[in-house]
Write a protein that binds this ligand. Structure first.
Ligand code: MRU
Length: 349
């Protein structure tokens, strides 16, 4: 990614983000100056990827506070609660959204006895911290994960878990970056990732920008390539991980995990602790977003299936933990049994 652009950042009086719906043909930043614009950007996937959604929500609440004309802390807290509800309704699966909103509200409530001005400053500092800590976590994750990537590996990815999906560096792609930075040769097979092509549009774009060799395949080619011995391991990100290690990620991830198991290949998940939902004992409890049928039967305005046809469009699936070889976090690599290994991760201060 060009070093002068960030996936998401605070721009003085706006939340500035790359409009990812336009990539790879256009690299354009969008300044969101209202809560509604931030919510629309998350809902429409202008900003997407679990940690990036969390960072966007954090900056969204900081924006609401900054623009507020409330004269008392109590009324500003009321406005923030309403904004929290608006942002929480944008997308249901990525737990980082709710994690970030709750963290921001805890920060706001801690200022209940202070001034309106102090509350506004504290919220912006908290949103900046969420973004900064996310990028730092990804870099640490990269160091741990790089050890699992053999020199010369062919790595299959699904969706985009790169700098664009986070506040910087990436989770799964961060691991690949760190392996390359450590001097290893890595070749990426990027699943195109129907229906919105996060793999073909975004993963391939990031890899091309960084001169990391990448080959795009359609989602239905992965099994064939594994059968031919052309893939050494699969590496993906996550939107929510249950306490037992079940992993929700972009639709099609489960298929990749089953294929990897059949072919005796490692299936790794890279995710920060903020993606783990300890309140859910298993992946069956993870809410799966269902999106508009239009995404399946149209592509950029061109109809690809007959009018009137029934469509089902779940945006995520759940990979059971027994198909997951290891979960790479910023605190180290967790292996089965996951219930114990994940519970041992420390809550960041
Ligand atoms: O619908 P998206 O594009 O937000 O889905 C994103 C994914 O599934 C990613 O793999 C996941 O959020 C991990 S991002 C580091």
């Amino acid at each position: 990614m060009p070093s002068n652009v960030k996936t998401i950042e605070w721009a003085g009086n706006a939340v500035r983000l790359i409009d990812q719906t336009l990539l790879p043909t256009e690299l354009k930043v969008l300044d969101c100056t209202t809560l509604e614009q931030v919510a629309e950007a998350i809902q429409r996937l202008r900003v997407r990827g679990a940690p990036a959604i969390g960072a966007a929500a954090g900056f969204g609440l900081a924006l609401v506070a900054r623009r507020s004309e409330a004269q008392s802390v109590a009324s500003l807290l009321g406005e923030l609660e309403q904004a929290q509800a608006v942002l929480a309704a944008t997308r249901p699966t990525a737990v980082n959204l709710f994690w970030a909103l709750e963290r921001m509200m805890r920060c706001a409530q801690a200022q209940a006895e202070g001034s309106v001005q102090r509350l506004k400053e504290a919220l912006l500092a908290e949103a900046e911290a969420i973004a900064r800590e996310d990028e730092a976590a990804n870099r640490r994750m990269g160091q741990y994960g790089a050890e699992l990537i053999p020199d010369g590996a062919n790595v299959l990815t699904h969706c985009n878990a790169g700098a664009l999906a986070t506040a910087g560096y990436g989770t799964a792609l961060g691991v690949i970056r760190a392996a390359v930075e450590a001097g290893k040769k890595v070749h990426v097979y990027a699943d195109e990732t129907r229906p919105l092509l996060q793999g073909a549009r975004l993963t391939a774009w990031e890899m091309v920008q960084e001169h990391i060799p990448v080959t795009v395949i359609t989602d239905n080619m992965a099994g064939h390539l594994m059968q031919q011995g052309r893939i050494d391991l699969a590496l993906v990100g996550a939107d929510r991980i249950a306490a037992n290690g079940d992993v929700a990620n972009k639709i099609g991830t489960y298929t990749v995990a089953v294929l990897a198991k059949h072919h005796g290949l490692p299936f790794y998940v890279a995710a920060p602790r903020s993606t783990i939902d300890f309140s859910l004992t298993s992946g069956t409890e993870i809410p799966i977003e269902e999106r508009s049928p239009d995404e399946v039967v149209n592509f950029r305005g061109v109809r690809t299936a007959p009018a009137g046809v029934r469509v089902y469009n779940p945006a995520f699936d759940v990979t059971p933990h027994d198909l997951v070889t290891a979960i790479i976090t910023e605190q180290g690599v967790v292996r089965p049994p996951y219930t114990e290994g994940l519970a041992a991760l420390e809550e960041p201060q």
